[in-house]
Design a protein around this ligand. Structure first.
Ligand SMILES: [Zn+2]
Length: 80
């Protein structure tokens, strides 16, 4: 869950799973987290709904550890 100050500057990020308030300084999230914005479409049971959520790194790790198929990983390429 994210709150913005003046519609633009990130003020607060809270993990939707455990409720942990994550560190935000000067509008920048300062710890590992995953943010999802997903627009459900016609083929889902949630057609027309857009879901937003944030997970802290610990909750993310716990959730994916229960996956039957591991998350695919690759090294990130730094853009300079
Ligand atoms: Zn969490």
């Amino acid at each position: 869950m994210r709150k913005y100050r003046c519609q633009e500057e990130l003020e607060t990020v809270i993990c939707n799973c455990c409720g942990k308030k994550m560190i935000v300084k000067n509008g920048i999230l300062r710890e590992g987290a995953i943010h999802i914005d997903h627009a459900w479409d016609y083929f889902s049971e949630k057609d027309g709904e857009i879901h937003h959520l944030d997970l802290c790194e610990n909750c993310y790790d716990e959730i994916i550890s229960g996956f039957r198929i591991a998350v695919e990983k690759e090294p990130a390429v730094e853009m300079i």
